[in-house]
Design a binder for this molecule. Structure first.
Ligand code: URA
Length: 433
């Protein structure tokens, strides 16, 4: 078998066999296929696409390139969730204690933030002592005993995806639906859960800027899940403006605490309850979505959800007192208010630019190994549809930096104010199962 022939076959629009896909992945891992041939195949896939069968086979080939977590020693049906990435997306912090309270085990593997999107691990590390660097034994033990654990991704999970992603990043082949779908699903499948709920974000702060592409990505991932015997549901949720009011790390933890105490914003609460409900249905705790939703609402009202979050913090080495004393979270020294220049209504808030502004304040990373400042971030005082008067504060920047000029202008220009009131869009656009 020759890499040349595989590239030619895909370039001419033909379906690759399982052997050819495996040969290719093995070749990029052992160095026998050079980067220029791997890049040529990626470009051929970009233009010609992959069939459902090829996409599932590429996913499995990437799964098998590294470690696969075997969660079979954990009792029950294990569920996981994944977001395609957004701004102000703190949903994982909320759903882990919620789903665990229904007795469904959550074995969550999460990542760090990059660019304008945040990462769950960074957010949780705002809590003093909280560790996501768990031994396999502690991770398994916590899921078995407390029904929840969250850990960072190990170096050897889907190394072929890491290699391919790095090549895609420099060859303009990231935005290919089969390549994104196989990349995400390979990581989820290698993480070992039995069922997966995918949160596919759509809008100005998301990977997928338009609805058709978001639905196509969601459908492709659900098909991969089914082809590989993992129960998978995707929700397509709104990311046209940031989720909730807080964007950053420590401030997002505070907002997640508010949701778990029943004081959360409507969008955040709705998306979190929807995802948690599907997770508990897939995990076998309820036979309908409505029953799950009603139960989880009660879990919030009764205080069980927030107690479970305290438990999650303490079993992972953090100080649970932060839940009742959020001022214990890292605080920035500068708080800069941005004010409206006119009377009117907030017509839109560009979520990606708010994410970039938060990154400029220190809350995010430009490059993979950059340090972050957990105290930095942005509070959106006004959201789409709300009325403003000239001089009203529309958002507040939090930073320890003294030079916040670029972030100020980026954040300010993210708000479009007009003299008519736009309708609030739906938080959940579609469910694909
Ligand atoms: N997220 C991933 O993990 N992979 C992609 O290809 C795109 C987004």
């Amino acid at each position: 078998m020759r890499a040349y022939d595989i590239i030619l076959k895909k370039r001419n629009g033909h379906e690759l066999t399982e052997e050819e896909i495996n040969f290719f992945i093995k070749g990029i891992m052992d160095g026998s296929i050079p980067d220029y041939q791997a890049s040529a195949l990626l470009m051929a896939i970009y233009f010609r696409g992959l069939s459902k069968k090829e996409t599932a086979q590429l996913t499995m080939s990437m799964v098998n390139s590294g470690d696969v977590l075997d969660l079979s020693s954990i009792d029950g049906i294990k569920v996981d969730k994944h977001s395609t990435g957004g701004v102000g997306d703190k949903i994982s912090l909320i759903v882990i204690p919620l789903v665990a309270s229904a007795g469904v085990p959550v074995a969550k593997i999460s990542g760090r933030g990059l660019g304008h999107t945040g990462g769950t691990i960074d957010k949780l590390e705002s809590i003093s002592g909280f560790s996501t660097d768990l031994s396999k034994e502690t991770f398994f033990n916590n899921v078995n005993t407390y029904k929840m654990a969250i850990a960072g991704q190990t170096a050897n999970l889907t190394p072929a995806d890491k290699k391919l992603y790095a090549l895609r990043d420099v060859t303009a082949t990231v935005d290919s639906i089969p390549l994104i779908a196989s990349s995400i699903m390979s990581k989820k499948i290698a993480s070992g859960a039995d069922c997966i709920v995918l949160d596919v974000k759509v809008g100005s702060g998301a990977f997928m800027k338009n609805m058709d592409e978001a639905i196509q990505l969601a459908e492709t991932m659900v098909k991969i899940g089914k082809a590989l015997n993992k129960k998978t549901i995707a929700i397509v949720s709104d990311m046209d403006q940031p989720l909730g009011h807080e964007v950053g790390n420590a401030n997002e933890v505070k907002e997640a605490i508010d949701v778990l105490k029943g004081n959360g914003s409507e969008d955040e609460t709705c998306v979190a309850l929807t995802i948690a409900s599907y997770m508990t249905v897939l995990g076998g705790a309820f036979d309908t979505f409505d029953k799950a939703y009603t139960y989880l609402e009660k879990v919030i009202c009764s205080g069980e959800a927030i107690d479970n979050f305290k438990k999650l913090i303490s079993i992972q080495g953090g100080d649970p007192k932060v839940v009742d004393n959020p001022h214990m979270l890292p605080q920035a020294k500068n708080h800069i208010e941005i004010k409206s220049d006119m009377d009117g209504y907030i017509n839109s808030i560009n979520a990606e630019n708010i994410g970039v502004a938060a990154m400029l304040l220190g809350a995010g990373r430009r490059r993979k190994n950059d340090p972050i400042d957990h105290a930095a971030g942005i509070t959106l005082v006004k959201k789409v549809g709300q009325q403003v008067k000239k001089g009203d504060t529309i958002c507040i920047l939090h930073t320890n930096m003294n030079n916040w000029n670029d972030a100020y202008h980026t954040a300010k220009n993210s708000f479009k104010i007009g003299d008519y009131q736009v309708k609030q869009t739906n938080y959940i656009h579609k469910i694909i199962q």
